[in-house]
Design a protein around this ligand. Structure first.
Ligand code: FE2
Length: 256
């Protein structure tokens, strides 16, 4: 672990101390490189989704043996959180090591956007082998009548994302990002390593999280709100599928 910086930028800390808000998308949010990671050139298969490794009640970290390889990085991220006075006590770990399997990560999105209850934004520390994460170097326009409990934010972000604003992280460098950083995994088939350590203000009440045998969490029985979101009305979204082929349209328009 070779440090790059431990002090996060002032604007990053200011956003971290104000409740999550759609206003935040009007200001560009860049990933902050924090340290170089050393990983073996060959990595084994491991797929973990948001496993809780610390809660306010757990008395410190509860890291299963299979995640020991990531322990130094988890502690380094926690050190940065402490040095910057960031209070989020829930810590979750995601690992995708091996063949790229997940389908939705190559769409532009943000991590940790939830308006279910008011709370401070989470901080995510991410690191990937090549190809590393891509991000958008621009601000986003979220209309005042956009309703995050009804409209799909990710579709809105995808529509405004552009190739000219696309930048790429360096492989094997850990970056701090917040829920205003629009990013994606580049289109890729093959083996890749990705990890994320998330510092969250509230429990992620999602039954799809990978259980940690050392830190059992309750079953929440909640339905993911993202399944019921619709597009913001002024725009055309991917669900509005037009099955007619362009050829059919041309023929019908010229026939008598
Ligand atoms: Fe993400």
């Amino acid at each position: 672990m070779k440090p790059i910086r431990s002090r996060l930028p002032n604007h990053f800390i200011r956003r971290a101390t104000e409740n999550l808000s759609l206003d935040g998308y009007w200001v560009r949010s860049d990933p902050v490189p924090v340290f170089h990671c050393i990983h073996p050139p060959e990595f084994r298969d491991q797929y973990i989704l948001r496993m809780a490794v610390r809660t306010p009640e757990s008395g410190g970290f509860r890291i299963p043996h299979e995640l020991n390889w990531l322990r130094p990085a988890i502690y380094a991220c926690d050190g940065i959180q402490k040095q910057n006075g960031l209070p989020n006590q829930y810590v979750y770990v995601t690992v995708r090591s091996g063949e790229v399997l997940s389908q939705t990560d190559d769409d532009w999105h943000v991590d940790g956007f939830s308006m279910r209850v008011p709370h401070l934004p989470e901080q995510n520390y991410i690191c990937a082998s090549s190809p590393a994460t891509e991000w958008q170097a621009k601000s986003f326009d979220v209309p005042d009548d956009f309703d995050p409990m009804r409209h799909n934010l990710h579709w809105l972000l995808q529509e405004q994302a552009g190739d000219d604003a696309t930048r790429q992280c360096d492989p094997f460098v850990a970056y701090a990002i917040d829920p205003y950083c629009v990013h994606r995994r580049p289109q890729f088939n093959g083996r890749r390593l990705f990890w994320r350590v998330s510092f969250v203000a509230i429990a992620i009440e999602d039954d799809t999280c990978t259980p940690n045998p050392l830190l059992p969490m309750p079953r929440y029985g909640r339905r993911d709100i993202r399944e019921s979101l619709v597009g913001y009305p002024l725009t055309q979204y991917p669900t509005a599928v037009d099955n007619r082929s362009p050829q059919t349209e041309v023929r019908s328009s010229v026939s008598p």
